[in-house]
Design a protein. Structure first.
Lengths: 337, 287, 395
């Protein structure tokens, strides 16, 4: 039923330049920003990893998941369970374990979910996420509705030598930035690999791919699993940064926000997911901090502005910020230096 | 659980299921006929409840409030379709999800601005406020029987509309092949507007009728929304008959689940949905 | 200018201004002599009314006491926590790290409170709780800089048990939502009821925030207990009361509850609520000069009737004023500040109360009965009831 749009996959030089500038800004930021904003940008980067993981599923493979937050939250819970009450746990094995846990959950749930299509896929991903949500919400042993603390940030110590300390906001910032870059590079390579090309083919025309002999189910399941594992990476970092895991992290709203971030930036190239995550968080920040005008507190009604923005975005700029950018560049394309 | 108890719980299941059906019917119609995913459906339910509250306070009569409210809701539905939804029939599901998600935010905030954030009640009309004793301890409210009756009447009405009238025939034709139907002289734009307004109207009337027993409060829409989607998916998108069967199933599982398996009650309905989709990946009665 | 150069300069401008935009509030707000008070409350969503009532009560208390804290002017900051737990830490940090508040007043939702608690323990900011009854805040996670001016989830229900047994209802069914607040309320009820000689026939729970009660009401009727005790709040409470009456249980099986069952919902519940007995640390109809004066002043200032949330907000304000006055506005003198607040006697509309060793109110719990959309006080269920503070490392 849905019209498959061709994605912006190969990034034009102009966009690459802008991304490069963004990277420079990110590298320099902790030296200019206060601890509060350093923390905020760290969180934006974590959301960007989460958004990129969803982009693999949604933008590249064309599978819209309303339950992606389940894998995000699961890794956070893994960290919370693995961290003892009184001391820190090692980063080097808990990170892979958490990511694998999310990936495994995605594999199991994906096995049930990937056989459905279209709207059914959307609904069934949501249903499974709700199930996972309730498992944690209803069980005091798993933290219940009040959630769990991660009392100590994971320690990077290897046999006594401590290469870096995640307790420092700045160190955690650069660690997250590193994770962001690695994830981006990994996904970009994946996009242009045979695996990635197959996924794109599935998005454009699944029947044709099947007719050509590709095991479509297996590819979709693999995409679902990898996306889940990467969401787990983001979730682990979230748990590390905030130290507090709550079932709402796996909820419907979190999943919906992820979808919005991916669409806001522009789907299918991962750069859009990063742009979208930053833009979305920044916009929320702006709307909530709107000043009082006369007798109306504009900031209080931030939901209205956010809703209007989303409606306008999807009506006039369905390919997101990078899509607008691309259009703008095409129009000005006749100018030469 | 003894037999009388079982029967009463059965009655509870059916009544809850019928209410879910009323909501899900609108959703499945909009989706089945126009292919539009509408996450804001819960907001229409909430709109109905708030209309019932403010109009019955203004008119002093719930019946009048429901009649006027239904007209207002349908008008609102028509306006919304003309302004927004009609441009999204050909768009991807993703865009529709996004659009309707934005609408949820807008409606929630508008509700807060217009009607405030308090909890409100709507009085049951005196005629329907009695309770029928079932056992020495338990009575069944007449109003719930009335609600079930309305839902059944609605189910019959919808069935007759879709399968026995010319309008229904045109709707089915349009759903089957829009361009063909259009070239045969069917005014597809009008059909779509009608179906959309009907869907909105159904949801709003469900909210209005349920208001006396559900109370009226912020966020009441999001709670029913998810259940509604579960029903539509289990039943098969576009199938009103499927929505009915699925709603009754959900009612059964939810009611008996609460009593027999309370520790898993929250998840049972989702497990039901997962099981159905494993067996029939496109719902029970796929169109 | 070529399009590429244009693009680059424009992008640089966007990125640059975004960064500066993030930094600007920092530059503009210089340190002054004003005390910074930050409200972290739900201003949107299901609990919006509660957030508004708490803030109103707080401001009223401060204004009554002269509008200053220890002689210093006040600057208020606000953050809408949306009752969203994942954003709890982020929102608390907005007030503590960005706005650099001296005091954080919040919040309503227990899940969000857990986030605030973490920030409070990590940063040491003075944290005053105007509602959330989550046990951990004054038990296992207690801290010298965290004070609660409301209640612990088990306090109102702990006093309920004896009231029921005294009225001859020795076999009861308990029903609530299955979430932390419900569990903690049950903890209190179980303790008090069994200690007074009552037996809990069955413990029923339904998933939060479902409001389809019919199945469980049928179950209750079949069990035939002497009475039903429950904990519901908000829209769900109104629905439960109405469903209970419509199922014919009203009058046959007496309904008791934590006071939140009948707070703010009596208009919505209507005559179905008449006769319900609840226990709570406050009641609108409390017939004391202090309460009457408070209600009059509040109604004048805010053109609406105050509820228990407004009182809790008010008491939070009184607590802070007392503490600030004791240190003459020098909030950095933490030892003296905490000592003063720990020893505070709050002359509240709910009656005088004091602070327990784990920083939770030691207060009287009243028995109320609903009569014509009002909670009439019919007695005192428990005097000077304290929360155990079990697991608190300060005591």
């Amino acid at each position: 039923m849905s019209a498959q749009q061709s994605n912006l996959e190969v990034l034009p030089t102009s966009i690459k330049l802008v991304l490069g500038m963004g990277l420079v800004a990110l590298l320099a930021f902790p030296f200019v920003g206060t601890p509060f904003y350093t923390e905020m940008v760290t969180r934006m980067m974590i959301m960007a990893i989460f958004a990129m993981s969803l982009d693999l599923l949604q933008g590249v493979t064309g599978l819209v998941s309303l339950g992606h937050a389940a894998y995000f939250g699961l890794a956070g819970y893994a960290l919370a369970f693995l961290t003892p009450q009184g001391e820190a746990v090692s980063l080097w094995w808990t990170l892979p374990v958490a990511v694998l846990a999310s990936g495994l959950a995605a594999l199991i749930i994906g096995f049930f979910v990937v056989r459905t299509h279209g709207i059914y896929f959307i609904m069934v991903t949501m249903a499974f996420a709700q199930m996972v949500y309730y498992v944690f919400f209803d069980n005091r042993a798993l933290g219940g509705s009040d959630g769990l603390y991660v009392n100590f940030k994971p320690s990077a110590a290897i046999f006594g030598w401590v290469p870096f300390d995640l307790d420092s906001k700045r160190t955690l910032y650069y660690f997250t930035l590193g994770a962001l870059l690695l994830t981006y590079l990994f996904l970009r390579r994946l996009l242009f690999s045979p695996f990635g090309r197959t996924l794109s083919g599935i998005r454009v025309n699944e029947h044709r791919m099947r007719a050509m002999g590709y095991g479509v189910f297996g590819y979709k399941l693999a995409a679902f699993t990898v996306a889940g594992a990467l969401a787990g990476l983001a979730g682990y970092l979230w748990g590390t940064q905030t130290g507090y895991i709550n079932p709402e992290l796996m909820g419907f709203h979190m999943s919906a926000h992820a979808i919005m971030m991916v669409i806001l930036g522009g789907m299918g190239n991962f750069a859009g997911a990063i742009v979208g995550a930053f833009a979305f968080e920044y916009l929320l920040h702006v709307f909530k901090d709107l000043p009082q005008v006369g007798s109306i507190n504009l900031g209080k009604h931030w939901q209205l502005w956010m809703g209007l923005f989303i409606v306008l975005l999807v009506t006039f700029a369905p390919r997101g910020i990078l899509g607008l950018f691309e259009k703008f560049m095409k129009r000005k394309g006749t100018d030469h230096e | 659980m003894d037999f009388p108890q079982f029967l009463i719980q059965l009655l509870n299941s059916v009544q809850y299921g019928l209410l879910l059906f009323m909501l899900a019917a609108g959703l499945t119609l909009i989706f089945g006929i126009m292919g539009v995913v509408n996450l804001a459906h819960g907001s229409f339910y909430m709109l109905g409840a708030y209309l019932a509250w403010s109009l019955s306070a203004a008119f002093g009569s719930l019946t009048l409030a429901i009649l006027v409210g239904a007209v207002l809701a349908v008008a609102f539905g028509l306006a919304l379709e003309w302004l927004l939804f009609r441009h999204f029939y050909k768009r991807s599901h993703l865009d529709q999800v996004l659009l309707t998600f934005g609408l949820i935010y807008i409606f929630e905030e508008l509700r807060s601005i217009i009607w405030g954030d308090d909890v409100h009640g709507v009085t049951i009309p005196a005629l329907l406020s009695a309770s029928i004793p079932l056992t020495e301890n338990l009575s069944y409210p007449v109003y719930r029987l009335f609600m079930s009756g309305v839902c059944i009447a609605l189910a019959i009405g919808l069935y007759l509309l879709i399968s026995k009238t010319r309008l229904g025939m045109k709707i089915r034709a349009g759903a089957f092949n829009r361009d063909m139907a259009e070239s045969l002289g069917v005014n597809i734009k009008l059909i779509h507007a009608t179906v959309f307004a009907l869907g909105v109207g159904l949801a709003a009337v469900a909210g209005m009728i349920a208001a006396p027993i559900a109370s009226v409060y912020p966020n009441m829409g999001s709670q029913v929304l998810i259940m509604c989607f579960v029903v539509v998916v289990i039943g098969g998108i576009g199938s009103v008959r499927g929505a009915l069967i699925a709603a009754l199933l959900v009612g059964l599982v939810d009611t008996f689940g609460k009593v027999l398996l309370p520790s898993m009650a929250g998840m049972l309905v989702y497990m039901l949905m997962a099981a159905v989709l494993l067996w029939k990946p496109e719902g029970l009665f796929k169109q | 200018m070529s399009s590429r150069r244009l693009l680059l300069t424009r992008s640089a401008a966007v990125i640059g201004s975004a960064s500066v935009g993030l930094l600007l509030p920092e530059i503009v707000r210089a340190q002054g002599a004003k005390v910074r008070v930050g409200f972290m409350l739900p201003y949107t969503g299901t609990f919006a009314q509660l957030g508004a009532a708490i803030e109103n009560g707080f401001r009223m208390a401060v204004n009554e006491q002269g509008g200053k804290l220890g002689g210093r002017e006040i600057e208020y900051f606000k953050v809408d926590d949306e009752s969203d737990p994942p954003k709890g830490i982020e929102n608390a940090n907005k007030l503590v790290l960005r706005d650099k508040v001296d005091v954080l007043v919040g919040t309503v939702h227990s899940g969000v409170q857990m986030g605030i608690q973490k920030v409070a323990r990590d940063t040491g900011v003075l944290s005053l709780i105007p509602n959330a009854g989550v046990h951990a805040a004054t038990r296992s996670l207690c801290a010298p800089n965290v004070f609660r001016a409301s209640f612990a989830n088990s306090q109102p229900t702990r006093a309920l048990g004896k009231v029921m047994v005294d009225r001859g209802h020795k076999k009861a069914v308990w029903i609530t939502w299955k979430y932390a607040a419900g569990d903690e309320a049950f903890e209190g009820f179980k303790e008090g009821y069994t200690a007074a000689g009552g037996t809990i026939v069955k413990e029923l729970g339904l998933p939060f925030p479902q409001v389809e009660f019919q199945a469980l009401l049928t179950e209750i009727a079949a069990l035939r207990p002497d009475a039903v005790a429950c904990m519901f709040a908000g829209g769900g409470a109104a629905k439960f009361i109405r469903d209970y009456a419509a199922a014919g249980l009203k009058g046959r099986i007496p309904l008791y509850g934590s006071g939140f069952l009948t707070e703010g919902v009596l208009d919505a519940a209507g005559p179905a609520a008449d006769g319900i007995i609840t226990t709570l640390h406050y009641s609108d109809s409390l017939d004391t000069p202090r309460n009457k004066k408070f209600r009059l002043e509040y109604a004048k200032a805010f053109r609406s009737q105050p509820d228990v949330y407004a009182v809790q907000g008010y008491d939070t304000g009184l607590l802070l004023v007392q503490g600030a006055n004791a240190v003459k506005g020098d909030l950095s003198n933490k030892a003296a500040l905490y000592k003063s607040m720990r020893g505070a006697v709050i002359d509240s509309p709910r009656g005088k109360w004091t602070m327990s060793a784990s920083h939770n109110p030691i207060q009287d719990i009243y028995v109320r009965q609903v009569e014509n959309k009002e909670n009439k006080v019919i007695g005192v269920a428990a005097k000077a009831l304290a929360d155990s503070g079990a697991g608190c490392k300060m005591t």
